[in-house]
Design a protein around this ligand. Structure first.
Ligand code: FAQ
Length: 309
């Protein structure tokens, strides 16, 4: 057995300088880059509401949350770079549509309640997906996930709290909360990816210990966790087939329209073009900051060299 296979058999962690198969490296770059891109594109739907948050307290919380997502992007780009890829190149692949980001961020945030629904459902789904990634076989990715998951659980609770306030407020606020949940429920379930039978990467990624559970297993775990929370909120999940199945020990649910997921992934979601145009514009507008930071770093490095000479 190679040392790579030994490591996996012992449930050890693969580190950047360890030998690893090219396909393992490529799969990690694909997944970590997609994950990093999702974090930074994911700033847009909620960032939209910073200037319109209903109170100073809500504004401060939302700014901190959106800033956390930028931080997650940074940890993840740094983790990807340990695999020998360049961050500029990954961003270029995002901007030219050669790498993906999560489908969920192509839906609009029409009301303040959507910020609550994103926190509760989108961050909730992200946690269910990412907690097992803390045990991913690739060390830098697994370690980045530990802090990300801690922050995501604050995010999930702030979303729940927004919806709890609205669902116990005026009839109009309650209706706004219900409408947001109606629109975000199905897209949140699609975040877990295609069904196992149509997931080309799952089997190999699970054999390599990158993914610990399949897409359907994690989706089921999310449904089981979320139904009682919806009851606590007094809101209804928009699936008439949702009911507890005592034999399975899980909730049964209705069919998911995966054609919608595939369309959104292909670029045909309601906000794909807007999200990408905004991202490219922000990157171009930030060129001077990157240039200034590089010039400053070069000046410092030169001074350190002079000091050492
Ligand atoms: N959207 O064979 P599989 C967040 C692609 S959380 C777009 O099942 P895999 C936090 C997939 O890449 C969101 N594309 O693939 C936050 C593959 O494409 P390819 C980010 C999707 O990788 C909250 C193809 O379909 N989280 O950002 C989606 O084994 C609030 C076949 O699929 C992560 O990225 C989708 N939903 O499993 C931020 C978690 N699903 O390259 C701001 C890490 C699948 O063959 C605000 N990633 N695809 O053309 C993962 O766990 C996995 O990559 C999966 C997909 C589970 C997403």
């Amino acid at each position: 057995m190679s040392s790579f296979e030994d490591l996996l058999a012992d449930d050890g962690r693969v580190e950047p300088r360890d030998e690893m198969p090219d396909d393992y490296r490529r799969t990690l770059v694909r997944q970590i880059a997609q994950h990093a891109h999702s974090e930074i594109i994911g700033m847009q739907p909620e960032g939209n509401w910073i200037s319109r948050a209903p109170s100073l307290r809500r504004k401060a919380i939302l700014m901190a949350k959106v800033q956390d997502e930028a931080g997650h992007g940074l940890y993840l780009y740094a983790a990807a770079e340990t695999l020998g890829v360049d961050r500029e190149d990954l961003l270029d692949q995002l901007h030219t549509g050669r790498q993906k980001y999560s489908s969920i961020f192509n839906y609009p945030t029409l009301t303040w309640a959507d910020v609550g629904a994103i926190g509760w459902l989108v961050d909730g789904a992200a946690i269910v997906n990412q907690v097992p990634l803390c045990r991913c076989s690739y060390g830098p990715y697994a370690r980045a996930m530990i802090r990300v998951c801690k922050e995501e659980s604050f995010h999930q609770r702030q979303g729940f709290e927004i919806l709890h306030t609205l669902s116990h407020g005026t009839p109009a606020q309650r209706a706004m909360a219900q409408d947001a949940v109606d629109r975000y429920w199905w897209p949140a379930l699609m975040m877990f990816g295609p069904p196992d039978a149509d997931s080309p990467h799952s089997e190999q990624s699970m054999a390599w210990g990158i993914k610990r559970f399949s897409n359907d297993e994690l989706r089921q775990r999310f449904i089981d966790m979320t139904v009682p929370q919806a009851e606590a909120l007094g809101l209804t999940l928009p699936d008439p087939e949702l009911r507890w199945n005592a034999d399975r020990g899980h909730y049964d649910s209705g069919p998911i329209d995966f054609t919608e997921l595939f369309e959104v992934i292909k670029g045909n979601g309601p906000c794909n073009a807007q999200r990408m145009a905004h991202r490219v514009r922000a990157h171009e507008d930030g060129a001077w900051v990157r240039e200034a930071a590089s010039a400053y770093a070069a000046k410092h490095a030169a001074r350190t060299r002079e000091g050492a000479a």
